[in-house]
Write a protein that binds this ligand. Structure first.
Ligand code: NAD
Length: 289
């Protein structure tokens, strides 16, 4: 398949490389990053998109996505698939999809979970909104870049699934870190706390798979001095997207707002930037009376 790939950063580069390694003809464009192995360099985003059956974008935010979309949609061939894998606000995803559909294209919003490790290994999970015909065309590409693609309904629903999932993740990680810090003060051993909670009703992915306490549970960023993993500033970005979507939809999300405030303080006023999002535990263990 002829594929255009725009946005070749930490995530986009390995995703594009995996598509090329699987035998697809991939042409790439990025304002700053070089093309990875096997990907042909285009002179502009429009040139990377022209004549391609599928154009993948992997960009930092909704404003940049809107700008790139305005440039590439007129260049794309009718019937092609505009496949955005960035994490952006639901409103931008829906606006871009409307423009693409008006130009006779299929549009999919397909944000991912799995991080840079998942992008490199081709084990991402895709949450996909948009038309089902486009989903059928893109399916073989999801199978190369990832291990699972879940169809979530109309345009914007992929982004909706992503931010709801990450709002749960942010809040459960925060409260798991709080509970470890509280357990410390109560004289409860961290291993005993893990052994109880990981098989009790307080269990979550944050406890059993990605435990924020070093030396407890399976290996996690806590065992590597909280080197990300999933950086606190990326969690903050996703919590902001959830808060924005909640405000637009009129939904009340008090726990999501608490997690947002906590990560905003940690990243913007303290030393959280560049650390894993589970580094709330060493922050909390130092605080309090
Ligand atoms: P990144 O900053 O490494 O890459 C983004 C790339 O887009 C950069 O190389 C930048 O030069 C390029 N770019 C910016 N504006 C451009 C333009 N107008 N035209 C062409 N290229 C342009 O970011 P990343 O970590 O690869 O993340 C990409 C997206 O994936 C984000 O939306 C992020 O939220 C999401 N995401 C990231 C992770 C992660 O762990 N890094 C996990 C899941 C989802």
């Amino acid at each position: 398949m002829k594929i255009g790939f725009i946005g070749l950063g930490n995530m986009g580069a390995p995703m594009a490389r995996n598509l090329a390694a699987a035998g697809h003809e991939v042409t790439g464009f990025d304002l700053a990053a070089p093309c990875p192995e096997g990907v042909a360099q285009a002179a502009s985003a429009a040139a990377a998109a022209a004549g391609r059956a599928v154009v993948v974008t992997m960009l930092p935010n909704g404003d940049i996505l809107r700008r790139v979309a305005a440039e590439i949609i007129p260049a794309m061939q009718e019937g092609a698939v505009f496949l955005d894998c960035s994490t952006v606000d639901v409103a931008s995803a829906r606006a871009v999809a409307d423009q693409a559909q008006a130009a006779g294209l299929s549009a999919l919003d397909a944000p991912v979970s799995g991080g840079v490790g998942g992008a490199e290994a081709g084990t991402l999970t895709f949450m996909v909104g948009g038309d089902e015909t486009g989903f059928g065309t893109a399916k073989p590409l999801f199978e190369i870049m990832g291990q699972k693609a879940v169809y979530c309904g109309p345009s914007g629903n992929g982004q909706a699934a992503k931010i709801c999932n990450n709002m749960i993740l942010g809040a459960t990680m925060a409260v798991t870190c709080e509970a470890f810090a509280l357990a410390d003060r109560l004289g409860l051993d961290r291993q005993a706390m893990y052994d109880v909670v990981s098989t009790s009703s307080g269990q979550s992915w944050s406890m059993t798979t990605y435990c924020p306490a070093p030396g407890v549970g399976p290996k996690s960023p806590a065992d590597n001095a909280y080197t990300p993993g999933f950086a606190a500033e990326l969690m903050l970005k996703d919590l902001r997207l959830a808060a924005q979507a909640a405000a637009e939809a009129g939904a009340e999300t008090p726990m999501g707002t608490c997690a947002l405030d906590l990560y905003a303080t940690f990243v913007e006023e303290e030393d959280g930037k560049g650390r894993d999002f589970s580094a709330l535990l060493p922050r909390l263990e130092k605080r309090g009376g």
